[in-house]
Design a protein around this ligand. Structure first.
Ligand code: FES
Length: 106
């Protein structure tokens, strides 16, 4: 499933994310700056904050209560399309989507 990561610097990187991987895992594995993933994906740090595009907004399940709690703690501006990349699992439905990474994560 290929998704595009748009870093705050303007760099766009397309990554083929294995299905079942979180979008945070794939970012770390591919050296994407702008996602830290400090808690390792357990929804406890908010350093994997991203802004998802309209396509992803339409197909992603809504955030869990735990994700919503952590979204209160993001370092950058929280927007309606703010999500935690560790809580999004790649699947074919996400193909072609993109996520914008904020300028700061902590
Ligand atoms: Fe810590 Fe996503 S990696 S909340």
């Amino acid at each position: 499933t290929t998704l595009t990561y748009l870093e705050a610097s303007g760099t766009a990187t397309a990554i083929d994310v294995p299905d079942g991987w979180s979008l945070m895992q794939a970012a770390i594995a591919n050296g994407i700056e702008g996602i830290l993933g400090e808690c390792g994906g357990s929804c406890a740090c908010a350093t994997c904050h991203c802004y998802v595009d309209d396509q992803l907004m339409a197909v992603l399940p809504p955030p869990s209560a735990g994700e919503l709690d952590m979204l209160d703690n993001v370092a950058a501006e929280r927007r309606p399309n703010s999500r935690l990349a560790c809580q999004i699992k790649a699947s074919p439905a996400l193909a072609g989507g993109s996520l914008q990474l904020p300028e700061v994560q902590e």
